[in-house]
Design a protein around this ligand. Structure first.
Ligand code: MGP
Ligand code: SAH
Length: 573
C-alpha cells in the first residue's frame, strides 16, 4: 500500500527549512457508486525552529524557567549532535535516520528494492494475479500433490527423485496454505477421491484432471490468502500512519474481520474486491448534505461570537458594527484594544489568550512595531516561521498570484507577499481584515496585497459567474476557523463538521478558482477525508506536518502542482 522513493529528502536543500518525505502511498478506492479511483500522495514533515522568538516572548517571571527549558532543549540537541557526530553522522544523517524509521514503519510495494533492506518473508510476496502465482508455483503444486495422491504407487527411488525436484521447484514465496503440502491434509487425496470411481481412465487422463483440480483449489486458496493479506496490510497501514502522528480517519475495527475460509472455498470469485470495497466504503462515506454549509455558517457565527466574546475580566471592547460603517483605517485611539504589544494587560485574566501572548514573537517577530490583533486573531494566526515555510512551498516559479481565502490578521498573506507573490486577501470580518492590512504595512508589503472584505463563497461564486471579473489565480491558500482552540479535544478532527464553514465545501469552492490548493489544518485532521479531496481534485496530494521545535503543531495539505512530486525549481529572488 505504501512505499518510499529511492532518494532521500530530495527537496531538502530546496526549502528554507529541512524537509523530509516520510512515506509515499497509493490507495485504491471503490466508491459507493461502484466507480474506481486511485490516489497517490506523500506524507512529509518540515522541521521548523523558532527558539529565539519563543525565548524572547516569555513572561518575565517565567524568564528563568523558560531560559532553563530552552537551554535544556538546546543542550539536548547539541548533545545529540555531538553523539551523532561522534558516530560520523551529519544533520542530514539524522533526518535520513528519521526517514528510514518512517520507511520501516510504512508498508512497502513488493517491487520496492531498497538496497540491503529486502528480507525474505515467507508468504509476504504480493503477486499481482493468480496467473502470476500459478506460473511460478504450478510445478511444485501439481507434482507434490501427485506425490501425495499416487506416491504409494511409485517405487521409493522415483518417489524420492520427485520429492527432491518438487523442493527445488518450490516458489520462494508460496502462500501460507502451500508452505508444506506434504503435511497439509487439504492437499491429500484431492484427485484420488474424485477420480478413482472413473474406471478405466489412463494415467494421462487422470494427470490432466489432477492438474485442473489442483489449479482450481489453489486459486481459491490464493484469493483467500490475498484477502487476508490485504486486510493485514490495511491494519498495518492504519497503525503505522498513527505512529507517524497522523489521524487515519478510520479504525482498525472498521476493517472486516478475517472471513471463514471454509465458507469461502465455496466461492471461486476473487474476494479481494469485497474487502477493498469495505475499506473504501470507510473512506468514501458521503459527507453531510448540501445544506450543511448554511447550518455551519450559523454555527460559525455562534462559535465565533463565543470564542471572540471578551471574558468578564477583559476591558470593554466595541460591540459589533455594521460592516458599511467600518473604517478600514486603524485608529490607535479608539481601537487601542487591538494593539498586540498591550495585550498582556488586555488579556491578563484570559489564560486562553495569555498563552499566546507569551509566545507573541513567534506569531509576529515585529509585534512591537505596531501589530494589531483581535481575540480570534491571537489564537488563529499562523506562527511566522510556519507561514514563512508555507510561502516558501507555495510561491515557486509558476505561482505569482495567491488567494488567501481566510486572511485573518494576515499571518500568511504577509509571508506570501514577502516571498514575492501578489496576494488577494479575503476575510468576511472587517476588523480582522483591517488588522491584516495594518500588519502588512508593518512588514512593508501592503502594496502587494488586495484586501477584499467578503464571504469567500460569494467571491468564488462571483468569479465563477463572470469570468471577466475573475483574476488569474495560481494558488489558493485555505486556513478557515477550526471552531476555536478546543479543536484538539476530539481524537480526530472532522473536516466537514469541525471547520466553520464546512471544510469540504470550502475545498469544492476553491477548486473552481484553482487546482493548486494549500490547506492549513489541525494536526489531527482525518487523513481519509483529505484523501477524498484529492479524488475530487483528481490530483496528487501531500500531507506535510509542521514540526515546530520538534512538536508537530499543524499540517498543511498540498494539492495540484503544490504537492510534492519532484524537484521544483526555487523562486529567483
Ligand atoms: P494551538 O491551539 O495553540 O495548539 O494551535 P498547540 O500549540 O498545540 O496548543 P497547546 O495547548 O498544545 O500548546 C496551534 C496553531 O494552530 C495556532 O498557533 C494557529 O496557527 C493554528 N490555529 C489554531 N486555531 C484554533 C486555528 C483556527 O481556528 N484556524 C486557523 N486557521 N488556525 C488555527
Ligand atoms: N491564516 C490567518 C488566520 C485565519 S483565521 C492568519 O494567519 O492570520 C480564519 C479567518 O477566516 C477568520 O478571520 C474569519 O473571519 C475568516 N472567515 C470565516 N468564514 C469566512 C468566510 N466564509 N469567508 C471569508 N472569511 C471567513
Amino acid at each position: 500500500m505504501a512505499s518510499s522513493s529511492e532518494s532521500v529528502c530530495d527537496d531538502q536543500g530546496d526549502y528554507q527549512w529541512p524537509w523530509c518525505q516520510m512515506g509515499h502511498f497509493g490507495i485504491n478506492f471503490i466508491q459507493t457508486d461502484g466507480s474506481k479511483a486511485y490516489v497517490e500522495g506523500d506524507l512529509s514533515r518540515a522541521y521548523i525552529k523558532d527558539y529565539e522568538l519563543l525565548r524572547a516572548s516569555k513572561r518575565p517571571k517565567d524568564q528563568k524557567l523558560a531560559e532553563e527549558k530552552i537551554q535544556e532543549d538546546l543542550d539536548e540537541m547539541s548533545l545529540k549532535e555531538v553523539e551523532s557526530e561522534a558516530n560520523g553522522d551529519t544533520v542530514d544523517d539524522k533526518i535520513l535516520d528519521e526517514k528510514d524509521m518512517a520507511y520501516e514503519v510504512l508498508p512497502k510495494w513488493t517491487s520496492d528494492k531498497r538496497k540491503g533492506r529486502k528480507k525474505k518473508m515467507k508468504g509476504r510476496y504480493n503477486y499481482r494475479s493468480f496467473n502470476e502465482y500459478w506460473d511460478v508455483a504450478y510445478f511444485y503444486l501439481t507434482q507434490m500433490t501427485w506425490l501425495n495422491d499416487f506416491g504409494d504407487q511409485m517405487n521409493e527411488e522415483n518417489k524420492e527423485k520427485l520429492r527432491k525436484k518438487c523442493e527445488e521447484m518450490k516458489p520462494v514465496y508460496p502462500i501460507e496454505q502451500h508452505e508444506n503440502l506434504l503435511e497439509n491434509p487439504d492437499y491429500h487425496h484431492v484427485t484420488k477421491s474424485m477420480i478413482e470411481p472413473k474406471q478405466g481412465a489412463t494415467y494421462e487422463e487422470i494427470y490432466a484432471e489432477h492438474c485442473e483440480l489442483i489449479k482450481k483449489k489453489s486459486e481459491v486458496d490464493y484469493h483467500a490468502h490475498q484477502t487476508k493479506s490485504v486486510t493485514r496490510r490495511c491494519k498495518d497501514m492504519i497503525s503505522r500512519v498513527k505512529r507517524l502522528g497522523y489521524a487515519p480517519g478510520f479504525e482498525e475495527s472498521q476493517l472486516p474481520s478475517f472471513y471463514d475460509l471454509k465458507t469461502e472455498q465455496k466461492h471461486d470469485k476473487p474476494l479481494i474486491k469485497e474487502i477493498r470495497y469495505t475499506i473504501d466504503d470507510a473512506f468514501s462515506k458521503k459527507f453531510c448534505g448540501a445544506d450543511s454549509r448554511d447550518e455551519k455558517v450559523e454555527d460559525s457565527s455562534a462559535s465565533t461570537s463565543d470564542s471572540t466574546s471578551p471574558s468578564d475580566s477583559q476591558p470593554e471592547m466595541p460591540s459589533p458594527v455594521n460592516p458599511s460603517e467600518i473604517r478600514f483605517n486603524f485608529d490607535p485611539e479608539t481601537e487601542k484594544y487591538l494593539i498586540a504589544s498591550d495585550a498582556e494587560k488586555l488579556y491578563a485574566n484570559d489564560p486562553e489568550i495569555s498563552k499566546y501572548y507569551y509566545q507573541r514573537y513567534r506569531l509576529f517577530s515585529r509585534l512591537d512595531e505596531g501589530i494589531i490583533m483581535d481575540r480570534e486573531g491571537w489564537f488563529s494566526v499562523t506562527p511566522e516561521a510556519i507561514a514563512e515555510h508555507i510561502a516558501d512551498r507555495v510561491v515557486r516559479h509558476n505561482v505569482s498570484v495567491v488567494v488567501d481565502a481566510f486572511t485573518g490578521v494576515g499571518g500568511n498573506a504577509i509571508q506570501f507577499a514577502l516571498r514575492g507573490a501578489h496576494v488577494i486577501a479575503i476575510d468576511m470580518d472587517p476588523v480582522r481584515l483591517k488588522c491584516a492590512r495594518e500588519n502588512a504595512r508593518v512588514y512593508g508589503v501592503a502594496d502587494y496585497i488586495d484586501f477584499i472584505c467578503a464571504d469567500f463563497f460569494d467571491v468564488s461564486a462571483t468569479w465563477a459567474a463572470d469570468k471577466k471579473l475573475a483574476p488569474k489565480v495560481d494558488a489558493v491558500f485555505l486556513s478557515p476557523p477550526w471552531g476555536g482552540p478546543s479543536y484538539l479535544k476530539a481524537k480526530e478532527f472532522d473536516l466537514a463538521t469541525g471547520c466553520c464553514p464546512n471544510g469540504v465545501d470550502i475545498f469544492d469552492v476553491s477548486l473552481k478558482i484553482s487546482p493548486n490548493i494549500a490547506y492549513f489544518l489541525p494536526r489531527n485532521t482525518k487523513v481519509s477525508q483529505l484523501t477524498e479531496l484529492a479524488i475530487k481534485a483528481k490530483s496528487r496530494m501531500e500531507i506535510e506536518q509542521s514540526s515546530l521545535n520538534s512538536k508537530i503543531k499543524t499540517i498543511t495539505v498540498y494539492y495540484g502542482k503544490l504537492a510534492y512530486r519532484e524537484k521544483i525549481p526555487a523562486c529567483d529572488t
